[in-house]
Design a protein around this ligand. Structure first.
Ligand SMILES: [Zn+2]
Length: 136
């Protein structure tokens, strides 16, 4: 895996702009949804099995996170809390490079099997998160 900084090429997808807009729009729409008292999402897996799925508690964790309660978010769903922290860092990075018109960080996988390792790590983290939720 190699990290490098470079300017956006002509015609290249602007991931920083797209994902910053998507995350901000999602936060605004999600906040509006809850402010208007619209129903919270229900988990079909929980309803059918009586067991939480890997994303159960994500909405409550996001609400706690947006209220500044990162510990509470962690306790409700650690994986979601970590992903929200990463998202905030990404949004700060994206806003900074967009405002400064700075070079963008790009990651190159130098070994063909790197994706398998990343996928295996993601599955392991998801399973650990699910195991935690099953203990609640
Ligand atoms: Zn669920």
């Amino acid at each position: 895996m190699r990290f490098h900084w470079r300017r956006l090429r002509a015609g290249e997808l602007d991931h920083e702009l797209i994902w910053l807009l998507v995350s901000v729009a999602t936060a605004v729409l999600g906040t509006a949804w809850l402010r208007f008292g619209l129903p919270w999402p229900r988990c079909t897996f929980l309803a059918v099995t009586g067991l939480p799925c890997v994303t159960c508690g994500a909405t409550r964790a996001a609400v706690a996170f947006l209220a500044g309660d990162t510990i509470g978010a962690w306790l409700m769903n650690p994986l979601v809390a970590v992903l929200l922290c990463v998202l905030v860092l990404f949004d700060l990075y994206a806003a900074a490079v967009l405002i400064a018109r700075a070079p963008r960080l790009r990651i190159s996988l130098t070994h063909p099997s790197a994706w398998r390792g990343i996928a295996a790590a993601a599955v392991l983290v998801g399973l650990l998160n699910w195991a935690y939720l099953l203990t609640l």
